[in-house]
Design a protein around this ligand. Sequence first.
Ligand SMILES: [Ca+2]
Length: 283
Amino acid sequence: MRISLMLLLVVSLGCSPASSIIPTSDSTTKVVQKNTFAQGQIFQLADPVLSLENGLFKESTKVTLALHYPETKIYYTLDNSEPTSSSQLYDSAIQIVQSGTLKAKAFHPNHLPSNIVAVSFLKIENPISTKSIEVNATPHENYQGKGTKTLFDQKKGSLNFRTSEWLGFKGEDVEINITLENEHSIKQLVVSTLRDVGSWIFPPAAIEIWMINNGQTDTLIAKKEFQKLEKAPPPSLKYLTLDFPAKSLKEIKIIVRNNGLIPDWHDGKGTPAWLFLDEIILQ
Ligand SMILES: [Ca+2]
């Protein structure tokens, strides 16, 4: 027990790590840390490869997990808890029928477990027909997606922000005016966004939903502010949810507030943060 503990500590401190490579199912490779000792090797497993069929779905979607290394087992949770070797064992594609987050972790009898990999998915309960949509902000010329419809096509972008599923805005608040086909009871706004701080893409500072009153002062229905980041978390796809008492609406304004200037702890300090959006959901 004492030897195992020592080995764990040495690995976690990263003393003289060398690289080892584990092949993965998609023919890419994952680099893992390896330390060699007189009594053998100990290294951390690569992260399982996680594939999500569609992050936005009406009926169901699927998640697959893979890590092709002998004797490896992958365990997962759907209740936001940290996976352990007592969690659900992965053996085939997981059918998802509700909104939530899946977390997975790989285990091996002789090696350190992998990091946790996680993905969130959102069930669209009650799609609403829109009559017109106007985005009052200009995406950067390199990140224009498929135009305004990018935000309402029920398709989710990946962590690769260079695809046509994303609109990228530099330093701007994004205001979106929506007119629905008919008045509709709405109780939730979801803003689907990307956090990739290493690429200077920050989460919004706040999201707001307003009722437009034909020529009169608009009325704020609900607002949620988000804490400023104090360090760079791993890249992640985010659904930012704003719940409020159900309200019957036809003309709506949504404001996604940019994070402002990049903070001092970041290499990009003092320049405008990027904001990336791929979907707006009202339900
Ligand atoms: Ca979309």
